[in-house]
Design a protein around this ligand. Structure first.
Ligand SMILES: Nc1ncnc2c1ncn2[C@@H]1O[C@H](COP(=O)(O)OP(=O)(O)OP(=O)(O)O)[C@@H](O)[C@H]1O
Ligand SMILES: [Mg+2]
Length: 427
């Protein structure tokens, strides 16, 4: 007799960006109904959701109406107000719905200070750091332990490099933002890798292959992601084990991105853990037998995880908004095959905004990373790709873009996919 398992649970997603958009599609492909609660403004996921809510994330009455449409609730971002998270935890206790990742996981990971402290408590390798409550600090004390080349990160509210400033070298404590923050040494000559880990509600784990992330050093934003990471099989295995150890220590449920630095000496240090699907996992849509989005839906609904496999070397190029790109950015989300074989263009349908805003991405597969890069339209000579070279040997500062301090400054000629981005990358 044929038994068909029909998934009937309703999934709620808080946040309506491109991550929610692809979560929506993955859930619907599994027969799951999706409700999305998005803040007013751009929300590509609302175009796909079965049920739509537009409300501020601290509008508890709207959250309650939304909860009535969900059996399981998840997120496309970690910047959810604490009071809302606590309300969700209370609603969960009363049996209103299941919240995954768990509220305590989100409360800890959304604060970079709490996260770094937790990493140390768990004996997970990370850069040394100091927690600051503002900028009334002794420079000598700070640089005495951490050195003069520093990175300051707002404890809360940062994303895509916003809330991160490089002070290399720092010359005065006044250069520090006057906000609660984490300060750590600026690491040179390192590579950046990420590992996506999925852990289901019943504890099953799947680990995706490590990817290499290449950054715009002014925006501190990801330009491109490649797989295989080109770090050797042993280091790749170590990165997967370290990522898995971190998510097991969290007892995390869902998909998590573990971002790491690989130092020139071959040491892996956890930079940060994101409790959600992540930009570094977009290439799983083409490169793997299961995408990070589908695996997240499976994990939170406690469906069997698929053992992930790399089908092909691949690359993902972010399309970051540049001034004057307004006319070419479609207002509807779309997916289209590019003329090059194996290359696909994803538009998020977002309104053009600040330079550096993620408007879409290109995924391309190939017989190797170099071919995938060419197919995706990357304009740098492949030989320059991989690793990281800093812009200047001396003074090294990123643009100061702290969302909390209100001192944003945006470079005009931000890098763009295929648009000569090498200039700024750490290749
Ligand atoms: N200590 C460091 N040394 C060198 N570069 C760093 C350091 N910390 C951060 N960076 C650079 O800045 C980027 C952004 O930092 P981080 O990941 O901490 O912030 P974020 O804005 O939360 O990131 P995301 O883009 O994942 O949202 C890093 O990926 C890295 O390129
Ligand atoms: Mg990061």
């Amino acid at each position: 007799m044929l038994t068909v398992r029909v998934v009937m649970r309703r999934l709620g997603i808080i946040g309506g960006g491109q991550l929610a958009l692809y979560l929506c599609e993955a859930a619907q492909a599994l027969g799951v109904e999706v409700a999305v609660l998005a803040e007013p403004g751009d929300a590509p996921a609302l175009r796909r959701a079965d049920t739509r809510f537009i409300a501020a994330l601290d509008d508890i009455a709207a959250i309650d109406r939304f909860l009535a449409c969900c059996d399981v609730l998840t997120f496309d971002k970690e910047a959810i107000p604490d009071d809302t998270l606590l309300h969700l935890a209370a609603a969960e206790t009363q049996g209103a719905c299941v919240v995954l990742p768990r509220v305590d996981t989100l409360l800890m990971l959304k604060d970079k200070g709490l996260q770094k402290t937790w990493l140390v408590e768990q004996n997970l390798p990370t850069l040394p750091f100091k927690l600051l409550s503002g900028n009334s600090v002794s420079l000598d004390e700070l640089t005495g332990t951490l050195g003069r080349s520093l990175v300051q990160k707002s404890s809360r509210g940062g994303y895509d490099g916003r809330g991160v400033q490089v002070l290399a070298p720092i010359t005065s404590a006044r250069e520090l933002w006057d906000v609660p923050s984490v300060v750590e040494p600026y690491l040179t000559h390192c590579r950046e890798v990420a590992v996506i880990v999925a852990r289901s509600a019943s504890g099953a784990v799947d680990i995706f292959p490590p990817v290499s992330m290449n950054f715009d050093t002014r925006l501190n934003a990801v330009l491109s992601v490649t797989v295989p990471a080109g770090i050797g099989a042993d280091t790749a295995g170590e990165a997967q084990q370290l990522a898995c150890r971190a998510i097991e220590a969290l007892s995390g449920v869902g998909v998590f991105a573990v971002e790491m630095f690989l130092t020139a000496g071959g040491e892996l240090l956890i930079n940060e853990i994101s409790p959600r699907v992540h930009n570094s996992g977009h290439l799983t849509l083409q490169a793997c037998n299961v995408s990070q989005f589908s695996q997240h839906v499976r994990a939170v609904l406690d469906l069997p995880l698929l053992p992930s496999r790399l089908l092909s070397p691949a690359v993902m190029l972010n399309i970051l908004y540049r001034e004057n790109d307004r006319a070419i950015c479609p207002r509807e989300p779309s997916v289209q095959a590019l003329p090059e074989p194996g290359a696909t263009l994803y538009w998020y349908g977002k309104t053009p905004g600040h330079p550096g805003r993620k408007m879409g991405h290109i995924n391309a597969v190939g017989r190797d990373v170099d071919q995938a890069l060419v197919r995706a339209g990357w304009r740098c000579p492949p030989a320059r790709y991989g690793g990281r070279v800093d812009r200047a040997a001396g003074d090294r500062r990123s643009d100061q873009r702290n969302p909390l301090a209100g001192r944003r400054r945006h470079p005009v000629d931000s890098a763009n996919a295929g648009g000569g981005a090498c200039r700024h990358g750490r290749h």
